[in-house]
Write a protein that binds this ligand. Structure first.
Ligand SMILES: [Zn+2]
Length: 288
């Protein structure tokens, strides 16, 4: 989530040189929540992960941070009765989803082609952590009958986001196409789009039912109602900002006016209400 502010190199340097930051992983535990047969959500520090256990290997969605790699692998071994991490899938390029790529030592890494392009351009990113397999629109994988479908969604959080469908289990991992119960980050410097994001969430809502388990990139495990509420927040707050713009208010006045009490508790340390309003102010004009 943080690459907009700090280049990867700087994050790495800070992490290596400041004991306070290095130690921030010391007490992090990797917790597993069962979602369906052989499928778990894993939390630690960074984007929520998912692990699918098959007859022969473990498939992991997202990698969190290198400092957590040993703990993540230990949890995978425990969940799978000793099987090793085989396939790692990255939902997008942000450090809290890919920083552990190399340290986890998977057999292969899959991501959208734009993730490879952007990570390759970052010289500080370990080459062994680059995705070796990419795709453009869709990729179906079959692990001895357990099917996983990777679907690219058009520019929204970044220009390289995929969601992961666990076929037959009614579970979808949204990556950072969902921030549960909180304002979201749109990385406009990495191809993000406000209207694209809202449209993508509406698209996913059309594909799921009331029993679907929705794994967000950040926040608590949720469902269709949670995703609808998230969509409603984006649509409503964008409309508020557009109405203020139509009245001729300046950006400063719009930030000052705020979004009202209904959304006050969606504010968090990374995306404050002011920051979310500033993102909404950069929404592309509607083209008719
Ligand atoms: Zn992200």
């Amino acid at each position: 989530m943080m690459t907009r502010f700090l280049p990867y190199t700087l994050i790495l340097l800070l992490t290596l040189s400041l004991p306070v930051l290095a130690n921030r992983f010391a007490n992090v535990e990797i917790n597993a929540t069962p979602l369906a047969d052989n499928l778990y959500m894993l939390t630690g520090s960074g984007g929520n992960m998912a692990a699918l256990v098959t007859d022969s290997e473990v498939i992991l969605i997202d990698a969190q941070f290198a400092e957590l790699a040993d703990k993540i692998n230990a949890r995978l071994v425990e969940l799978s009765a000793g099987k090793a991490l085989g396939t790692l899938i990255n939902t997008h390029l942000h450090a809290d989803h890919v920083n552990g790529n190399s340290a986890l030592k998977p057999k292969r890494i899959i991501a959208h082609v734009n993730v490879l392009k952007r990570l390759s351009a970052d010289e500080s990113f370990p080459r062994s952590g680059l995705p070796g397999e990419t795709f453009e629109t869709q990729l179906s994988l079959n692990f001895n009958g357990q099917k996983v479908r990777l679907e690219y969604l058009p520019p929204s959080h970044t220009d390289g986001d995929i969601i992961v469908w666990f076929e037959g289990k009614n579970v979808v991992h949204m990556g950072d196409m969902m921030f549960e119960g909180r304002f979201l980050f749109i990385d406009l410097n990495n191809g993000g789009s406000v209207r694209g994001y809202i449209a993508n969430v509406a698209y996913v809502l059309d594909q799921i039912d009331d029993k679907t388990i929705v794994v967000p990139g950040h926040g608590q495990l949720t469902d269709k109602a949670g995703l609808q509420r998230f969509h409603q927040m984006m649509v409503t707050t964008l409309a508020i900002v557009e109405q203020q713009q139509a009245k001729g208010l300046t950006n400063e006045q719009i930030v000052e006016a705020g979004l009202g009490a209904e959304w006050a508790n969606w504010h968090w340390n990374f995306i404050t209400e002011q920051r979310w309003i500033n993102t909404l102010l950069q929404a592309e004009p509607l083209t008719l």
